[in-house]
Ligand binder design. Sequence first.
Ligand SMILES: [Fe+2]
Ligand SMILES: [Fe+2]
Length: 151
Amino acid sequence: MQLTQKEKSLLQDQLHHEEVCIQKYQSYAQQTQDPKLQQLFNDYASQEQQHHNTINQLLGNPNQQPSGQQASPKQQNKLQPQGMQNQQLDALLCNDMLMTEKYVSNAYDTTIFEAASPQVRQQLQHIQQEEQQHGEGIFNYMQDNGMYQPQ
Ligand SMILES: [Fe+2]
Ligand SMILES: [Fe+2]
């Protein structure tokens, strides 16, 4: 597919955002002690992987694993400061992902408005809808667990 320079450059940015989302969700799934949250993060990590594949296809890149995915987050990347309760850590992880999803969804908005091809536009709209569902899933988890109570 022939892309405009602007599409290419914005899609490259989105590709990078998806890589960060994959890495964060995978790493956070290892850090939480709650199996429900772990499941949620793992599900979203694989959806982010699909987004990454879709954007690679739009860019005409051969599909490959995102760089750095093999890096094991294990001990050294743990966010948990000493003495932090499990639920405090979970709230921190959720807040970070909520902010991340909000940012990524906004970035898709810009990319969609700049998309010259209807095919690109349509696929990005589908991805953006899933980003908003990720935000909703995290929001609901936080509400169910008393981490977030909008007035
Ligand atoms: Fe995504
Ligand atoms: Fe997402």
